[in-house]
Design a protein around this ligand. Structure first.
Ligand code: SF4
Ligand code: FES
Length: 370
């Protein structure tokens, strides 16, 4: 196979530590521990390697990246390397003392997640009292400092009724972009799916609300909308195709093609501690396994959309069918599509069970962070 083009972006998961406990967190159930995290020097080396490889953006994520005391140093390093820098944060640890060094380091953009517009329900979903108020303060600080702001609104059956208020709130906070991110079912969200998945009618109503708001707010607020693909006819082009655009690095240094890839037990992921990033991107077995279209079986192999959606999501095929090389069951051409749909309909019609919060204590046989 010929060498791949450069990645667009590096998602740097600096830590899995986080004060919140969102039941839809995309981190794996087995959260990595603080003692295994990469140190500043290794992260700086890796950031330089990503820039040399041709990446244009870096997204500092987690867990909560603000728990890392070296965050500003890493942002400064990325900025000096010519990368566009984005901080993806819950923002509950954000204040003017954290903002000043980040701005000075060259931070370009901040993305703040909101759990709801109703403060009590937002705090209940996050498992963190007082968090919603802190997030709003942080968003105002970000805009006050002149940084670009995106609001990431994670929507599901327990807050979707307030989508219109969420759009108004993003506008009021001065965000340039709102991501209406309906939950995708990986990691903790997969475990909590019956508590989160909306009905088909609720999803259709949300689509109409977003379409009307886009029209009304043209030129003032860009709205992205990710819908739950269980009700779709065709799958999403997950990650823009496996190992085509994104590199995800876990806190301990494992290099993944997407945040959920560790759910595929047949793949072995390499570490930046042991191999240069460029070699992993270009030649590692896990990246090569589903790159391009040669790995596909029918119906994808002869489908005219195979270079549009790349067969959908490998992690979803693994989670639902137990086989990562199958067509994503979100595709109506998959022989397993009806099963996915039936699952969504049954779970969304039943009473939602209580959340399993994303915490070290709730991770399978996982001790408290060291
Ligand atoms: Fe995409 Fe495969 Fe479905 Fe075609 S058959 S639309 S390539 S997932
Ligand atoms: Fe891993 Fe879709 S989340 S390929």
């Amino acid at each position: 196979m010929s060498a791949p083009g450069p990645p667009l972006a590096l998602l740097a998961e600096l830590t899995h530590r986080c004060p919140l406990g969102c039941p839809y967190c995309s981190n794996p159930l087995s959260l990595e521990r603080v003692r295994d995290e990469l140190d500043t020097t290794i992260w700086q080396r890796v950031i330089g390697e990503a820039a040399a490889l041709g990446a244009l953006q870096i997204h500092f994520s987690g867990g909560e990246p603000l728990v890392r005391a070296d965050l500003a140093a890493l942002v400064a390093h990325a900025h000096a390397a010519g990368l566009y820098t984005n901080l993806i944060t819950s923002a509950v640890l954000f204040d003017h003392r954290r903002l000043a060094p980040l701005k000075h380091a060259g931070l370009d953009h901040v993305q703040i997640s909101l759990q709801d517009t109703a403060p009590d329900n937002a705090d209940r979903i996050a498992g963190y009292a007082g968090g919603h108020r802190k997030k709003l303060e942080a968003a105002r600080l970000v805009r006050g400092a002149g940084l670009a702001l995106t609001i990431n609104a994670v929507m599901h059956r327990q807050n979707l009724a307030r989508l219109p208020e969420m759009i108004d709130l993003a506008l009021e906070l001065g965000a340039g972009r709102l991501e209406v991110a309906q939950v995708q079912y990986y990691g903790w969200a997969l475990r909590n799916r019956p508590s989160l998945i909306p009905t088909r009618a609720e999803v259709a109503a949300a689509v109409a609300i977003v379409a009307a708001a886009r029209e009304r707010l043209k030129g003032r607020l860009v709205i992205d909308h990710v819908v739950p693909d269980y009700y779709a006819k065709r799958p999403k082009a997950c990650m823009g195709g496996w190992a085509r655009q994104f590199i995800n690095i876990t806190p301990s240094g494992l290099v993944l093609p997407c945040h959920a890839a560790q759910g595929i037990p047949t793949l072995r992921f390499e570490s930046v501690r042991e191999r240069p990033l460029a070699e992993i991107w270009e030649r590692s077995e896990a990246f090569e396994r589903f790159r391009g279209t040669a790995w596909m079986a029918e119906p994808c192999r002869s489908c005219e959309r195979r270079e549009i959606d790349f067969g959908g999501c490998r992690c979803q095929a693994m989670a639902i069918l137990g086989e990562a090389g199958e067509t994503d069951p979100a595709c109506a051409l998959s022989p397993h599509h009806a099963r996915l749909l039936a699952l969504a309909e049954a779970e969304s019609a039943a009473e939602p069970p209580s959340f399993t919060y994303r915490r070290y204590a709730n991770a399978p046989s996982e001790p408290a962070p060291a």
